[in-house]
Design a protein around this ligand. Structure first.
Ligand code: GCO
Ligand code: MN
Ligand code: MN
Length: 411
């Protein structure tokens, strides 16, 4: 084949994306509570071993492009859009006004704000560092973000304490660090109560996000289960205001069954927000687009969430790969991620109403009628019924590949 000139490449990619088919319209996409993070679209492809492959892009462009795709909500870290030295100055208000204007112009809502407490050098020893001035600054940053959230009309505030840990064991005293971290959250909740009152708005939902490692080697709250325990530790003044923002891949990174991890959060009534992406178990945070690695697992996760009437946001917290261009981020990466999510969500609805699966569940729940005092009779009575477990797994696979609608191969 002859080389394809650069100028002809977008047309080729567009033609092949069209040939894929199955795209939903922006109007259809807007029906879902999908949120697009500023940092995901603006990610330039850099990392410890990676130079950027894309050029910087600001919030106006991100908001406009999300709007065109049909992503109805936008989320941001404070420093994604406000330079750290503009925080708390008049410049902050100017930027806030600019964001509001862009959101209004493109018909998007700000759903969530989050404070960057992991990148700036001041957080080298975490936002809950030993030095009281670091913690005071962190408390101010969290409270400031809450106020920005109210200004922008957000409903959620997320906390990812990725630097709350250590590289060298014994360097920090864990119980102190956790108490100090709680003080930061308490300050954020208090600022929220005051700002909500002042603005006549409901308070925000404060969502903790766990990740088992990165950037700290060891993290003090590494899993959603640890976060749940922390919320009920007695350290928080407003535990009712605090819940979770689990991330799909973060649970997989420590080897969890993501669906079971989410089930535990649901049982506690703490599933406030959900970061959606994909990746590999027991590996780094590769933040791949939803459904590209584990579609069957994703289908199962969404079945659980549908069955429990989860109504919170699905936050597209993934990183467009370094092989994708600035143009491709919005032409390929985001629309296809959104469409895979919608497909999996609708498919999860089919699972819920599938006659084979519901008959199998009913039968399993009816049991075989053995004698509860005689385990042998229970085994005998249930022997053939239990074949349904594997049958359900097969049926889920069939639904995933469309075989339940008669898709077969002639061999
Ligand atoms: C990660 C984290 C972040 C957080 C974000 C919001 O993988 O690095 O998931 O993307 O979601 O910092 O708090
Ligand atoms: Mn995340
Ligand atoms: Mn992640």
């Amino acid at each position: 084949m002859k080389p394809i000139p650069a100028a002809k490449q977008p047309a080729l990619v567009s033609r092949l994306i069209k040939a894929c088919g199955g795209a939903y319209s922006p109007k259809q996409r807007r029906k879902y509570f999908l949120t697009g993070p500023q940092w995901a679209a603006a990610y330039e492809g850099h990392a410890l071993f990676h130079a950027p492959t894309r050029s910087p892009i600001g919030y106006e462009d991100v908001i406009r492009e999300y709007s065109k795709i049909g992503i109805g909500h936008w989320a941001t870290h404070d420093t994604d859009v406000y330079p750290a030295d503009a925080l708390g100055t008049d410049r902050q208000d100017e930027i806030t006004a600019g964001i509001k204007k862009a959101l209004k112009k493109h018909g998007l809502q700000c759903s969530m704000v989050t404070t960057e407490t992991f990148h700036h050098a001041v957080f080298a020893a975490s936002p809950a560092a030993e030095a009281p001035e670091v913690r005071e600054y962190a408390r101010w940053r969290l409270a400031n973000t809450v106020r920005i959230g109210h200004e922008l009309g957000a409903q959620y505030c997320v906390y990812w304490p990725g630097s709350l840990g250590y590289q060298v064991q014994g360097a920090v005293e864990e119980t102190n660090t956790l108490k100090w971290f709680a003080e930061g959250l308490n300050a954020a909740c208090e600022a929220d109560i005051a700002a909500a009152k002042e603005k006549g708005r409901p308070t925000l939902k404060h969502c903790l996000e766990a990740k088992p490692f990165e950037p700290a080697a060891q993290i003090l709250l590494p899993t959603s289960d640890a976060m749940i325990a922390f919320i009920s530790s007695g350290l928080l003044k407003h535990p009712d205001m605090v819940g979770l923002n689990p991330e799909y891949l973060h649970e997989l990174m420590w080897g969890a069954a993501v669906r079971a991890a989410l089930a535990r959060v649901l049982l506690c009534g703490k599933l406030f927000h959900f970061d959606i992406n994909d990746g590999y178990p027991l590996k780094h945070d590769v933040d791949i687009g939803v459904g590209l690695v584990n579609p069957l697992d994703w289908l199962n996760v969404l079945v659980l969430l549908r069955n429990h009437n989860y109504e919170g946001p699905f936050n597209l917290d993934y990183k467009p790969p370094r092989t994708t261009s600035n143009w491709g981020v919005f032409a390929v990466s985001f629309p296809t991620a959104v469409d895979r999510f919608i497909t999996l969500w609708e498919m999860a609805g089919e699972v819920a109403s599938d006659p084979v699966i519901s008959q199998a569940y009913d039968a399993l729940r009816a049991g075989g009628g053995g004698d509860p005092r005689d385990p042998k009779s229970i085994v005998e009575a249930n022997r053939e019924l239990l074949n349904l477990h594997e049958l359900i797994g097969h049926r889920l696979f069939q639904i995933l590949v469309g075989a339940h609608r008669g898709r077969t191969y002639s061999v």
